[in-house]
Design a binder for this molecule. Sequence first.
Ligand SMILES: [Zn+2]
Length: 230
Amino acid sequence: MLHSSDIVAPDKRTPGVAKIDPVIFPVLDKLYARRIQRLSTQADALGENGEYFRFLVHLVQAQQQYIAQNPLGPDEAATVRTLLDQKRDHAHLQASLLNIPYWQAAYTALVGQVAPILPSSVGDKLAALSADKEQLAHTATHLLHLDYSQVDAGVSVVLWAALSTCWAQAVSLGQTQDLPPSTTQSAHCPCCNAPPVASLVLGGAREGLRYLQCSLCEARWHRTCCLCGL
Ligand SMILES: [Zn+2]
């Protein structure tokens, strides 16, 4: 005779999630603070092997500080949102990026914050790119077109972080839940078309719901698991 069961008794069942938001937009200051805390914990756990996590802590702190001191204005946000579908060819996107000073200044600020803790050769390479806006826009275009092999790996981490500060604010300022259903179930971000960096099963009020985390604009979008339908 069976004495226990995994089936929850009817009087103990919770009502579930009444409404599923297609997209969750980030509160950037809180997101960065949480990320800094988690990266710091990981760096401490690894001790002397935690150098890369300590570098990432510096980088996210620099993002948080830059956004706090230089919030993106509505006009620049509107300009960035014209680029979000990423369907422009290389020359057109590069020219558009050259005309948006915000992400370029963000890159310069992030380099200023992280270069002192990097080997001088790496810091010099990052700073040289900051001084050459044409090359900086050319490199950023490769990243946004996901041509990762065309970009130095060390540069790409800092440059992507700079682009993210700009794209995340632009998407948040223009946020809407009114997205076509076909895009919210996409493998790419329905807000900026970048690929996801992780798949998350959430807790709290969204217990059990699966969202993908955007690698660029920090939005999360609901996507059921293709295997189990969760
Ligand atoms: Zn996105």
